[in-house]
Design a protein around this ligand. Sequence first.
Ligand code: MN
Ligand code: MN
Length: 307
Amino acid sequence: MTFVIGHKNPDTDSICSAIGYAAFKRADTGEEYEARRAGELNPETQFVLDHFGLQAPELLESAAGQELILVDHNEKEQAVDGLTEGHINEILDHHKVGDIQTPDPIYFLIRPVGCTGTIVYDHFKKAGLVPEKDVAGALCSAILSDTLAFRSPTCTPADKEAAEALAKLAGIEDIQEYAKAMLKAGSNMGDKTDEEIFNLDYKKFTAGSTTYGVGQVTSVDADELKVLKERMTGYMNNNLEKQGVDMLFFMLTDVLDESSELICAGEGAEKAASEAFTSAEADRMYLKGVVSRKKQIIPQLTEVLPR
Ligand code: MN
Ligand code: MN
């Protein structure tokens, strides 16, 4: 049995690409592949699974002793615990090349597209296979989630094409309407604690000698973002040590305005942010046109952080 698994604090791509790629590998090889998750589902992903009647993948506590395929990440810090005692067979991703090493040559595919789901769909297509309706719906949702329904600068023509083909297979009639309902479900914070909200979509990075973490929340509701700004600012200032990094950043992303406000904590964080994002207004880090952590935040921060 080989487990297909995405990153910790899984987002819709990490869950749905794992489901989709496991389905592809089963169909393509006739062997046993199953999706696993490296953390709790977020409300957006729960909406997607409910919508298409899919079971949530089981939680994998440790990768030790397991055969693995990693999707949607290739950094140790983001991977399931016990990775070094597991055996990685393949990596499928759309992020910068990270720091995972393997003892033997593997299938390692990184494409600069907006979503791992797009790469998974490409495997179906090239093999002359067609995903089942529910799997197609999951993969389409992953693309809509990662590209914020084609609004993100990470979105490529390949993503749009794949999402449109998958939407047909999944019986999604109006892509934008479906995406809106999905994104709205994702910004329903309900009775979540500050810590839960902070960790919904949080990733750690290393730049030279600096470790830092960047969280993000996306919403279609500007008023909700104002409330979240207060809550996350308080949480970050009180929990920097607990997170075990030098600096913390958090993106409050307004999907409809296509902008983000960046808040930060930790020594040197504010300085780094103002150096990295010179276009921001003086009193607040309002970044018009910035919605992608991967493309519009991480490279810029990495550039200015002390090495
Ligand atoms: Mn992801
Ligand atoms: Mn992704």
